[in-house]
Design a protein around this ligand. Structure first.
Ligand SMILES: N[C@@H](CCC(=O)N[C@@H](CS)C(=O)NCC(=O)O)C(=O)O
Length: 206
């Protein structure tokens, strides 16, 4: 299996998940739009995004929640997705919310306002709206953890979606973490396998 990543991008959530699972995998740096390497990367993933996973049979899998679910199902001994239907849909509901709303509708507005409004004069408004969505997501996660170690009773794929958002907050100073989210972030970040995996992204790409 091979993970295509961009250093520090949302693919760190899948990278951390692969490190937690502990089965062998490779990583390769993807390319950003506007770089000479991007056309070649689009031959691998026509969407041009990360995370992108090349599976054992050579096929491509994209979209964070789906890649995470696939990895959890492929490694059932790690119990990263509940096996009862109610448990499973609640974990998927949270994962989907964190990626599709908090990241794509919130954080992306703050970092890339030009994707939402061509006129620069609108960017401050777009960013402010995005920050509201992003912070509301972090606050919702904060309430849901409520003194537990994880979003649900056990560690699940949703924790890896929350982790990359928390990490962006810590590294880029966007939004703020409450005590539960801060401890949740640090619980994953101080896991040596996860830390090594994410730090290797910078080494791989230099
Ligand atoms: N819906 C996709 C979104 C992935 C996404 O937007 N990834 C960003 C990185 S955080 C990306 O590849 N950006 C490249 C770019 O557009 O420059 C998913 O869930 O995986």
């Amino acid at each position: 299996m091979k993970l295509y990543f961009l250093p520090g991008a949302c693919s760190i959530g899948i990278h951390a998940l692969l490190a937690e699972i502990g089965q062998p995998f490779e990583i390769e740096k993807a390319a950003r739009p506007g770089t000479p390497e991007f056309e070649a990367y689009k031959q691998v993933n026509p969407k041009g995004k990360v995370p992108a996973l090349i599976r054992h049979d050579g096929s491509l899998l994209t979209e964070f929640p789906v890649v995470a679910l696939y990895l959890a199902r492929m490694n059932p001994e790690k119990e990263l997705i509940p096996t009862d239907m109610e448990g499973e849909i609640r974990v998927l509901e949270m994962t989907e919310y964190l990626v599709s709303t908090v990241h794509m509708q919130g954080y992306t507005r703050v970092r890339r306002p030009e994707k939402f409004a061509p006129s620069e004069s609108d960017h401050a408004t777009v960013k402010s709206f995005g920050l509201g969505v992003f912070q509301a997501g972090l606050d919702r996660a904060e309430r849901q953890i409520n003194g537990k170690d994880w979003l649900f009773e056990k560690m699940s794929i949703a924790d890896f979606a929350l982790f990359y958002l928390e990490h962006w907050c810590v590294v880029n100073g966007i939004g703020s973490l409450g005590d539960n989210c801060r401890s949740h972030h640090d619980r994953l970040w101080t896991n040596i396998e996860i830390r090594r995996a994410i730090e290797s992204e910078t080494i791989t790409s230099s």
